[in-house]
Design a protein around this ligand. Structure first.
Ligand code: ASP
Ligand code: MG
Length: 392
């Protein structure tokens, strides 16, 4: 490899939502390339393309076959990559686009939720050495075992970007979005949410595992394991404002609550057998998708999943042999702390909820977080009650 600096940039769907936006992303990449940096741009599908493709699949098929769904969904990122490459070439900036399989992103066989098992991005290296910008379709790979095209789960372009940054030993992986960085809560739900300039991997991992949609949680875990430096910032604004996550990041002041995140929909499910794995295999066999396990106590579990999977779980024949949905109208509201929460932190959370007349049904602890299961209709009020802990 040459001695040029390499930067991997990931552009989210909202930043590529129409032709004008694609052209302005191309301009930004061109400028970076002109400054002597080798650029790999990982792209998501334009705007709401992925959701629209899933809707389309559902209009054609009651329960779309996962292999075919992957074939369909990967088309979304292919549209973005080819358009962006055209725009760059028009600007006089040499560029080439690759699908995940062309770029050597190798995964296991799990359609719709594949894990990357290896990266053999030799074509990417070669194109960079020829001074081309590489545009990589995010969210996809190929299974060397089945030879099939796979997708990495919703929001999976972040995983593609971190994997590529790790393979290329890039300076950093920039995740560029239509928001300025990572906030202390979703600014659409909590007007007092503030930008968090620096986070540790563990803090961001807790946040994304518990509903922060700013980054795919598996990508944060991977970045942490491989020490890939991440910057999350705005695609349209090139000021250095944003959120930095690296091995040097110590995060914010100790013991303070730093962020509130939430899953709008979680289910409490009773398993007929105690194994979560057999539940997951059952869902997979029935083309229902994958769920994220939030907590398990014996046969009772709390889970979350994309809407279509939760819907399929709820609609499935009530007398099925594997599980029963106990409560479908639940949400989680989570507080992530700088360090492991102490008894006092827990008491503060309870006080905040109580003073707003809020109750929770179940509490879950993680390394850096306290997580409350609440009825869905009190979710927004619980977010703002607990967010008071982050601004004080
Ligand atoms: N387009 C895919 C999705 O919407 C992947 C991504 O955006 O990262 O989930
Ligand atoms: Mg997307």
């Amino acid at each position: 490899m040459s001695s040029h600096k390499i930067v991997v940039q990931k552009y989210g769907g909202a930043t590529l939502a129409d032709a004008e936006k694609v052209k302005s992303v191309a301009k930004r990449i061109m400028q970076l390339h002109r400054s002597g940096i080798r650029v790999v741009a990982v792209v998501s599908a334009m705007g709401k393309t992925t959701n629209q493709l899933i809707d389309l699949a559902k209009q054609v098929s009651h329960r779309p076959h996962m292999r075919e769904l992957d074939m369909l969904l990967t088309a979304g990122e292919r549209i973005s990559m080819s358009l962006l490459s055209m725009a760059l070439n028009d600007l006089g900036c040499p560029a080439i686009s690759f699908t995940g399989s062309q770029a050597g992103i190798l995964t296991d066989d799990a359609h719709f939720n594949a894990q990357i098992i290896d990266v053999k991005a030799f074509r990417v290296e070669q194109a960079l050495n020829e001074n081309k910008v590489v545009i990589l379709a995010g969210f996809q790979g190929v299974s060397p075992n089945t030879k099939e095209i796979t997708t990495l789960g919703r929001g999976g372009s972040d995983i593609s970007a971190v994997s590529m940054a790790n393979f290329l030993k890039a300076e950093r992986c920039e995740v560029l979005k239509d928001v300025a960085g990572v906030f202390s809560a979703d600014p659409k739900l909590e007007p007092k949410a503030k930008l968090l300039p620096e986070l540790s991997y563990q803090q961001l991992e807790d946040m994304t595992t518990w509903g922060a949609q700013v980054l795919n949680h598996r990508s944060v875990k991977l970045a942490s394991e491989k020490s890939v430096a991440i910057f999350v910032g705005s695609a349209s604004d090139e000021k250095e404002e944003g959120t930095t996550v690296s091995t040097n990041s110590t995060g914010l002041a100790p013991q303070n609550a730093i962020a509130i995140n939430s899953f709008a929909k979680i289910f409490e499910v009773e398993l007929k057998e105690e194994s979560f794995e057999s539940f997951q295999i059952f869902l997979q066999k029935n083309q229902m998708g994958y769920v994220q396990l939030l907590s398990q106590q014996g046969k009772k579990i709390f889970i979350t999943a994309p809407d279509e999977t939760l819907q399929a779980i709820e609609n499935y024949d009530k007398n099925n042999p594997c599980y029963a949905v106990l409560s479908p109208k639940l949400s989680s509201v989570s507080v992530t702390f700088s360090n492991s929460p102490q008894l006092e932190d827990e008491q503060n959370c309870l006080k905040m909820m109580k003073s707003d007349g809020l109750e929770f049904l179940h509490q879950i602890k993680s390394n850096l977080g306290l997580h409350f299961v609440v009825p869905s209709d009190s979710r927004i009020r619980a977010i703002s009650a607990l967010h008071k802990l982050c601004v004080s």
